[in-house]
Design a binder for this molecule. Structure first.
Ligand SMILES: Cc1cc2nc3c(=O)[nH]c(=O)nc-3n(C[C@H](O)[C@H](O)[C@H](O)COP(=O)(O)O)c2cc1C
Length: 388
C-alpha cells in the first residue's frame, strides 16, 4: 500500500515534468528558496572541510585529511595512504572505480593526483615542503595501486601558502557561468602561471567557433554516454538518492550539489526510487544539464598528456586541482565535464578542436567562469577509513 502511494505520487511528478534528471532545471528555477541553504552541513561527512587547523592530528594525518578534500571522479575518493615516519605512501584504492565509465582508470589516477596536490598545499601551510620522492603508478598501479612516495621536509616551505584557505572552499560548481567582463582572460593568465609537469599540457578554446564546437562535442558525448548502458549504469553506482544515504556513505554524487531548484531536490529525496535512476527522466535531465551549462561557459580548458602513461594521468590531476584552487582563490568557479574525454569518438574530436596531436591524450575537459551562487558541499569519508 505504502509503495503504491509513493509510486503514484512519483508518477504524478514525473508526468507533470517535475522529476527531471540528475541535475535539471525546470520552470521556477529562480525561486528564491535554495534548498541547500537550509541544510546545515553538520556531522562526520563534512568534518574534514571544517577542520581548518591541525588540532590533535599529527602533521601527516592532517596533510592526508586535506588530501581527501580534493576532487575525484564521481566523488569516488579512490585513494588510501600509509604513514611511515616522515614518508607517506599514496595508493589508488582500485576497488573504488567507475567501471566502464573510466575503463582505463585514467580519471581514477587523476583523482589521486588531485589529492597529492592538496597534500602539497597543506604541507606548506604547516611549514613543510612535500617532496615527491617517487612516482610508481606505471609499475605498481596494476599490482597494488601504489602511485607515489612523498616525504615531509620540515621547515622547507617555499612561498606563503596562498592556496591553503581554498582547500576548504573549493567545490565543483555545476552552474551556468558568466565571464565577469574581461576577468575571464585574467583567470586564463592565472592558470598559465601555474606550474605544469613533464608530459602535461593545457589548451584553451578561444574563438566562438571553438566554443560552439565544444558544445556540440559535449552534447554528442553525453547522449552517447547515457545510451551506453555499461557506462551509464557504472556511473549511477555512485549516485546517492537521499541526503541521509549520501552522508552515511560519505562518498558518491547526489542531486544536492547540482543546479536543480529546491523543489526538485525535495522531490528526488522523497519520491525517486533506484529504478528511476536509469529511467527517461533522469537521463533527459542529465542531457539538458550538460547542454545548459556547456552553453554558459566563458572559458574551456583541456588538460592533456603528451604520453599515455599512468604517471602523466596522475600529474594531470595535480594540475586540475591547482586550477580549482587558483579559481577558488580568485573568486571563480570550475567544473570538469569529462563525458567527451571518456568517449573515444568525441575524444578524437576534442583533439582536433583544441589543436592536439593524434598521439596526445585528452585527460580533463573543464569549464570555468563566475558563478552567481555557491552550491552545497560534497561529502567525505572519515580519515580513519583511508589510512592503512
Ligand atoms: C578526473 C575528474 C573528472 C571529473 N569529471 C566530472 C564530470 O564529468 N562532471 C562533473 O559534474 N564533475 C566531474 N568531476 C568532479 C567530481 O564529481 C567532484 O570532484 C566530486 O563529486 C567531489 O565534489 P567536489 O569537487 O565539489 O568536492 C570530475 C573530477 C575529476 C577529478
Amino acid at each position: 500500500m505504502e509503495t503504491h502511494g509513493k509510486l503514484s505520487r512519483r508518477r504524478l511528478l514525473v508526468r507533470s515534468g517535475m522529476v527531471v534528471g540528475g541535475a535539471a532545471v525546470v520552470a521556477g528555477a529562480g525561486l528564491p528558496v535554495a534548498y541547500h541553504l537550509h541544510h546545515r552541513e553538520v556531522g562526520p561527512a563534512y568534518a574534514a572541510r571544517k577542520q581548518t587547523a591541525k588540532g590533535t592530528l599529527t602533521d601527516a594525518e592532517y596533510i592526508i585529511q586535506c588530501g581527501t578534500l580534493a576532487a575525484s571522479p564521481h566523488n569516488t575518493q579512490p585513494w588510501k595512504f600509509s604513514i611511515d615516519g616522515a614518508r607517506i605512501l599514496v595508493f589508488a584504492d582500485r576497488a573504488r572505480h567507475l567501471g566502464a565509465a573510466d575503463p582505463e582508470r585514467r580519471m581514477m589516477l587523476s583523482g589521486v593526483g588531485c589529492a597529492i596536490e592538496n597534500m602539497a598545499v597543506a604541507a606548506e601551510a604547516l611549514g613543510h615542503r612535500l617532496a615527491v620522492d617517487a612516482l610508481h603508478a606505471d609499475e605498481r598501479f596494476e599490482r597494488d595501486g601504489l602511485c607515489a612516495t612523498v616525504r615531509l621536509v620540515p621547515g622547507a616551505a617555499g612561498a606563503t601558502p596562498l592556496f591553503f584557505p581554498a582547500l576548504f572552499e573549493r567545490q565543483t560548481t555545476r552552474l551556468p557561468f558568466s565571464g565577469g567582463g574581461g576577468a575571464i582572460e585574467a583567470l586564463r593568465q592565472a592558470f598559465a602561471r601555474q606550474p605544469l609537469f613533464p608530459g602535461v599540457e593545457v589548451a584553451y578554446a578561444v574563438s566562438a567557433a571553438d566554443h560552439a564546437g565544444v558544445d556540440q562535442i559535449n552534447l554528442d558525448a553525453v547522449q552517447g554516454f547515457v545510451t551506453d548502458r555499461a557506462q551509464y549504469d557504472a556511473g549511477m553506482e555512485w549516485y546517492r538518492i537521499t541526503r541521509a544515504e549520501w552522508e552515511q556513505a560519505g562518498d558518491g554524487i547526489a542531486i544536492f550539489t547540482s543546479d536543480a531548484p529546491w523543489f526538485i531536490k525535495t522531490a528526488v529525496e522523497l519520491f525517486v526510487t533506484p529504478d528511476d535512476l536509469d529511467g527517461p527522466d533522469f537521463i533527459q535531465g542529465e542531457i539538458d544539464h550538460v547542454a545548459r551549462v556547456s552553453a554558459a561557459t566563458p572559458l574551456w580548458g583541456l588538460i592533456y598528456g603528451t604520453q599515455p602513461t599512468n604517471t602523466t594521468r596522475l600529474l594531470a590531476g595535480r594540475v586540475l586541482e591547482r586550477f580549482y584552487l587558483e579559481a577558488t582563490r580568485l573568486g571563480f568557479a570550475l567544473h570538469p565535464l569529462n563525458y567527451a574525454v571518456e568517449r573515444p569518438a568525441e575524444a578524437a574530436r576534442l583533439r582536433t578542436r583544441f589543436g592536439l596531436k593524434a598521439t596526445d591524450e585528452p585527460l580533463v575537459l573543464f569549464r570555468a567562469g563566475r558563478a552567481a551562487e555557491r552550491l552545497g558541499n560534497s561529502v567525505r569519508r572519515p580519515l580513519q577509513t583511508v589510512i592503512l
